[in-house]
Design a protein around this ligand. Structure first.
Ligand code: GLA
Length: 740
């Protein structure tokens, strides 16, 4: 059984197919964590140390047993006020203002199937073996109860965490922190891998020793953010792509979050993750509950590549939903980088016509089609079609595009309002603002109070009127500023944490309603590119625009970092024009396509403006994508080079799960004359098998490809009849198929 409660040992052990997790009801009812690692059993509380340590206090009921301390034991859900001075998962402010409580074990329940969380994203499964564990902790005197929820998905090798906190007392209380989960690892020196960045430079991969300190990463921006991603990895210091222990934590939540990590005075490494605890202050009246978002946890004994595969499978099959989850996504062309908001219907049709002729399958009309939206200072909030600009209705435009044989999609940004809009003039109190304080502007727009259902209802009504009219096949749902002035006109100065949380739930509700109304809709997430790229969002949108930066070379690094926690099929990636708008860099058309194929694949430029030679490449690129999409999107993904360190070449590959074929992708980052020989070591091929390079016919031994490596391809010299090393930014795709 995946969950074993041993009443005699007082242990609760969770087993997935290749990992085990254990907690124990320790002395004084303290719920302690004993193990997370490769499959193991028995009572592992032999790892606990009950030494009397100075300045580590003891529970009152431990009496003279000074070895019992919440400050030195690995705690399952550490709580402030219990004597544990490390970062807490839980902190309570009582009605009288005093901070602190002491949660102790009360009961355990094992349920069939994996729980779901109403109104919040959660990993789902119909796996027969999945189970749910609920462990109830309480502090009766403080009137507080915490139900720790665990989902065990054996086949997936994933364990999920959540917590439901209820005020069972007679007085109101305030939650200062209520994390989704915490992990105390009693042994080992661990590195943290986290994914940081900025707008147009998301998810750079960083690896740092956790060491003897506290590290805090997270977002205070109301969204999961460009700056830090709610996915982190703890890796043993010797862990590499193909070997060593590592574990990942992915928060299924799209708002502010925090992740506290550190090694304590006695060598235990703690990681706590959940909604942002700074200014959380979530009030709970008697009888009220708070549901922490879900955190998914996976363990790999064999390196980072395998850990990524576990998260890729979880996200693509058990987080993403709807008809598009396993379908090939249409090759789309988005007009944003081609026209900005300065377009006419004629121009869109001209872009669409060429795109259709070259094999593009869907035209997406981006920002600028509604209200007085001719620049980014006005119009948000007024979702009425600008028929003057289009020269027709949206229904007519969509029909003309469908007549060309393409699908039609539309951009929206429902959570926002410009002061210069009819909506704001009618409902100034619908925007988040602190009375008497000039609000902070972002892209000259304000944030609508999506915690209020009447606000969501009105925006939903306006937007669905247009979507109904044009029967949109696809929607790109954007969000283009960080949230400030967190104050609702309805509830006044209510808790920042509660408002931001209710806001996120409002966004989720909005997306759920869209998907209910249009069951075939393909929804793409976006927040100034990848500012809300998280597993929570992927529950609604099977793909998210990965970054506003479409420079192929920058994108390699962005997609590399993203790949640790998220599969390729979730990363919106397009071929755009050169010189690139962000970097002014020129890269070959082919290279841009190779990089975009490590994502959803599409175009973001006016194909009328490229050369005839490039135009001829478009149908070839689309055919290549169609030929390999299954391998690209369903194969196992391997990072062959560390693009944060290796400045010479970037390489990645996908391998079919049965090993029958593989696609190796190489981009030259830096060229040098008379260069030394370079080899790319492959990964994940079937050991002992032989593979044929489909282009050259050359046969390679898999073991040799994985040790010696694939020689860097050569290219013909432009003038002489010899092969030479490729140029900077040249790209190659090598299709390998297994030979019998
Ligand atoms: C954001 C998106 C872009 C584009 C613009 C439109 O920046 O990331 O792709 O849609 O908004 O304003």
């Amino acid at each position: 059984m995946p969950i074993l409660y041993n009443e005699q040992d007082q242990t609760i052990t969770l087993h997935t197919n290749h990992s085990s997790y254990q907690m124990k009801i320790g002395p004084c009812g303290l719920l302690v964590h004993t193990y997370y690692g490769p499959t193991a059993g028995g009572d592992m509380s032999w790892c606990l140390s009950f030494r009397d340590r100075g300045f580590s206090g003891n529970p009152y009921d431990a009496k003279t047993l000074r070895g019992i301390s919440a400050d030195t034991l690995p705690m399952e859900y550490p709580c402030e006020g219990s004597g544990d001075f490390r970062p807490p998962a839980f902190s309570l402010r009582r009605a009288n203002g005093a901070v602190g409580c002491d949660l102790r074990f009360r009961s355990v329940k094992i349920l069939p199937g994996k729980y779901s969380l109403p109104g919040l994203p959660a990993v789902y499964t119909d796996e027969a073996g999945a189970q749910t564990l609920e462990v109830t902790l309480a502090d009766e005197a403080a009137g507080i109860e915490a139900v720790l929820q665990y989902g065990v998905l054996p086949e997936l090798d994933v364990i999920t965490w959540s917590a439901r906190i209820t005020n069972r007392g007679a007085e109101p209380v305030v939650l200062q922190a209520a994390a989704s989960g915490a992990l105390d690892l009693v042994s080992g020196d661990w590195d943290l891998l986290h994914f940081y960045g900025r707008h147009a430079g998301e998810r750079a991969a960083a690896r740092t020793e956790i060491g003897q300190r506290e590290i805090l990463i997270g977002s205070r921006r109301g969204t999961s953010s460009h700056q830090q991603n709610p996915f982190v990895i703890l890796a043993r210091q010797d862990a590499t792509e193909l070997a060593g222990e590592c574990l990942g934590m992915s928060l299924l939540y799209s708002g502010s979050f925090s992740c506290n990590l550190g090694r304590d005075q006695f060598g235990t490494t703690r990681a706590v993750m959940g909604v942002q605890s700074e200014h959380f202050d979530y009030p709970l009246a008697p009888g009220e509950s708070f549901q922490a978002p879900e955190l998914a946890l996976a363990y790999s004994a064999s390196g980072l590549a395998h850990l990524s595969h576990l998260f890729h499978r979880m996200i693509s099959q058990h987080v993403c939903r709807g008809p598009w989850k396993n379908r090939r996504r249409p090759v789309l062309l988005n007009n944003w980088e081609a026209t900005g908001m300065d377009f006419t219907g004629e121009q869109i049709l001209s872009i669409a016509k060429t795109a259709a002729e070259l094999g593009v399958e869907m035209l997406v009309l981006d920002d600028g089609w509604f209200g007085a939206r001719n620049n980014d200072n006005a119009g948000l909030g007024d979702w009425t079609v600008n028929t003057e600009k289009l020269g027709c209705t949206m229904g007519e435009l969509a029909q003309k595009i469908r007549d060309m044989g393409m699908k039609f999609g539309l951009w929206i940004e429902p959570e926002m309002v410009n002061e210069d809009s009819e909506l704001f003039r009618r409902h100034p109190d619908w925007a988040l603002r602190i009375p008497g304080k000039p609000p902070v502007m972002g892209r000259n727009q304000l944030v609508l109070d999506f915690s209020r259902s009447e606000v969501v209802d009105e925006i939903f009504r306006q937007i669905t009127d247009v979507l109904d009219e044009c029967s949109a096949d696809y929607v790109k749902m954007d969000m283009n500023r960080s949230i400030t002035d967190v104050c609702s006109a309805v509830s006044g100065y209510q808790s920042q944490g509660k408002l931001l949380y209710q806001y996120v739930l409002g966004v989720y509700r909005f997306m759920d309603r869209l998907l209910e109304r249009y069951p075939e809709l393909l929804l793409e997430g976006c927040s100034g590119g990848g500012g809300r790229f998280d597993a929570g969002m992927l529950y609604y949108c099977p793909q998210i625009w990965c970054s506003d930066n479409t420079d192929a070379i920058d994108r390699i690094r962005i997609q590399y970092g993203t790949s640790f926690g998220y599969p390729l099929r979730t990363m919106g990636a397009h071929v755009s024009a050169v010189p690139n708008g962000d970097t002014r860099r020129r890269t070959p058309f082919h290279t841009r396509a190779v990089v975009a194929m490590a994502g959803t694949f599409g175009y973001e430029l006016d194909l009328n403006l490229i050369s005839d030679e490039e135009k001829a490449q478009v149908p070839v690129q689309i055919e290549t994508f169609k030929k390999h999409w299954n391998l690209l999107h369903n194969g196992l993904f391997y990072r062959l080079t560390d693009v944060m360190k290796n400045r010479q070449e970037a390489a990645w590959m996908t391998v079919a799960e049965d090993g029958s074929e593989a696609l190796v992708n190489i981009v030259v980052l830096d060229a040098t004359g008379n260069s030394p020989n370079r080899f790319i070591r492959c990964m994940g091929l079937t050991p002992g098998a032989s593979y044929r390079d489909e282009a050259s016919g050359r046969i390679y031994d898999a073991n040799a490809l994985m040790t010696l490596g694939l020689p860097m391809p050569t290219v013909p010299h432009p003038r002489w009849p010899v092969q030479v090393t490729p140029c900077e930014y040249d790209a190659f795709q090598i299709h390998l198929t297994i030979t019998d």
